[in-house]
Write a protein that binds this ligand. Structure first.
Ligand SMILES: [Zn+2]
Length: 148
């Protein structure tokens, strides 16, 4: 993947998802939402915002951002997201079910992400764990996938 000529949407792929937010809201602009973290290099202030930006990074195929926001001990060595691959999931939307800050450096986010692969619809329902490093940045650790 090259870093040149990145296509960026106007509306943020994450839709500004939050536990108290319904689909009726107008999505935030990408530049004002996840773009600040993915392109701007700013640190997501909460695990909730990091979660949203990671969803948007999957939509946009930003493998480097996904690696940078994944805890070193759990990040897959071969992580590579190619959003243009024929078998790549087409992400349809993010819903945040629950955001639980546990303490200053630990938080959980439960979400449902809907996507299609080869015309078939799927949903990923996961409770994700996040930690905040000594550099002040939140990172994804792992998650429990629910089949409901
Ligand atoms: Zn966003």
């Amino acid at each position: 993947m090259t870093a040149s000529a990145k296509q960026r949407p106007v509306d943020c792929p994450c839709g500004g998802a939050a536990p108290d937010r319904r689909d009726t809201g107008k999505p935030p602009r990408f530049a004002d939402c996840c773009g600040r973290y993915i392109d701007g290099g700013a640190a997501a202030p909460t695990a909730l915002e990091l979660m949203r930006s990671r969803y948007s990074a999957y939509v946009l195929g930003e493998s480097q951002y996904l690696r940078d926001t994944w805890a070193a001990q759990t990040c897959p060595a071969d992580l590579d997201v190619d959003a243009d691959a024929p078998d790549a999931p087409r992400w349809l939307g993010l819903q945040i079910k629950r955001y639980t800050p546990l303490d200053d450096t630990h938080a959980e986010v439960e979400f449902v992400a809907r996507y299609k692969v080869g015309g078939r619809a799927h949903r990923l329902h996961e409770s994700s764990r996040f930690v905040r490093g000594e550099d002040g940045r939140w990172r994804y650790v792992d998650g429990d996938v629910s089949d409901r």
